[in-house]
Design a protein around this ligand. Structure first.
Ligand code: AMP
Ligand code: MG
Length: 324
């Protein structure tokens, strides 16, 4: 059931009182607190078990609120915001001095975005404050794409969950840094590097920032991330029979765009957009079956949507990375 005006009013009161509210976006659900309230932001870190060295994205209603959080709002930021906000693009710009440094993990820059969800835009507008919003999951775990995922993630925690239905996008926002003359895509997502380059009329770099710009690694850049509890492996479809021969079929759940006879399979759509939208729910469903191994079949990547497949494969690689 979608939340209504009553729940929104409760959520606003909660934010103003320094509490934590989970909110829907077009990407994944976020775990929100007033970005200018240091104690409230600390609760978000604590609930997630997120290392203090990992900065949070700040959600704003639009460019004018972004200017309250940014020390500098360059013309390029304005241009991208005009084209892609509200939407799945986070912009890294110098932070305002009065934004608590806990938000940015001590970095001099902040990531900002305006989410495309009417409930959450109404919430930010009415609360009249920017809200931090990392994904509403325990650190390192699969991101939530339904309100139910969030409730299960923080069962017993003091989190008010706004229900805005299943997320339409399904993977996290694209993060682009505007700190150097050449924009740099730090995290792939639903807005493609090509769209950014086209909007700005210049080339963009892709990949982690050079060490002098980013002394601390960002959370999305950690090798293990978005991971189910069960061990997960990225495999070729042809390798599935051999896996089944190696272990009992009961011990395995396959995630693929096709079903496999004789083994439990969570089937995802073959088109990139639908695959992305369903991916995290599929990983959670596979996990719920308590397998010894989740075998994720590398998607076929149809010729279209190459950049979106890149973003998906990035998530799959981190979900299946060797665990420390
Ligand atoms: P999450 O909130 O879990 O979706 O992850 C936050 C993402 O935002 C990370 O992947 C970082 O790349 C990025 N991020 C947040 N704040 C900053 C910042 N101040 N500088 C660079 N990247 C950031
Ligand atoms: Mg996250």
């Amino acid at each position: 059931m979608s939340s209504g005006p009553e729940e929104i009013a409760q959520a606003i009161a909660r934010l103003k009182a320094g509490g934590v509210v989970a909110f829907p976006t077009e990407t994944v659900y976020g775990l929100g607190a007033d970005a200018f309230n240091e104690d409230a932001v600390a609760k978000v870190f604590a609930l997630k078990g997120r290392p203090a060295t990992n900065p949070l994205i700040v959600h704003v209603s639009g460019s004018s609120m972004a200017r309250r959080v940014a020390a500098d709002w360059p013309a390029r930021a304005d241009r991208l915001a005009r084209s892609f906000w509200p939407g799945p693009l986070s912009l890294v710009v110098p932070k305002a001095p009065d934004l608590p440094s806990i938000v940015t993990a001590g970095l001099p820059a902040v990531a900002l975005r305006s989410p495309l969800h009417p409930l959450t835009l109404a919430l930010i507008d009415a609360a009249d404050t920017p809200i931090v919003g990392p994904s509403a999951n325990r650190s390192g775990h699969v991101s939530p794409t339904t309100a139910e995922h969030v409730r299960r993630e923080f069962d017993g925690g003091d989190v008010l969950v706004l229900d805005g239905g299943p997320c339409q996008g399904g993977i996290e926002s694209t993060v682009v840094s505007l700190l150097s003359p050449t924009p740099r895509v730090l995290r792939l997502g639903l807005v493609t590097p090509e769209q950014i380059a086209h909007c700005l009329g210049r080339i963009v770099d892709i990949g982690p920032a050079p060490a002098d710009e980013a002394p601390v690694p960002s959370p999305g850049q950690l090798p293990t991330h978005y991971a189910p509890h069960a061990p997960a492996r990225l495999v070729a479809r042809e390798a599935v029979p051999a896996l089944l021969a190696e272990r009992s079929a009961d011990a395995i759940v396959v995630v693929d765009t096709r079903s496999h006879p004789g083994v439990r399979t969570v089937v995802l759509p073959a088109e990139a957009r639908e695959y992305a939208a369903g991916l995290y729910a599929a990983l959670r469903r596979a996990d719920d079956m308590n397998p010894g191994l989740i075998a994720i079949v590398a998607p076929e990547r149809k010729n279209r949507d190459g950049a979106l497949w890149d973003a998906i494969v990035d998530r799959l690689a981190r979900a299946t990375a060797p665990r420390p």
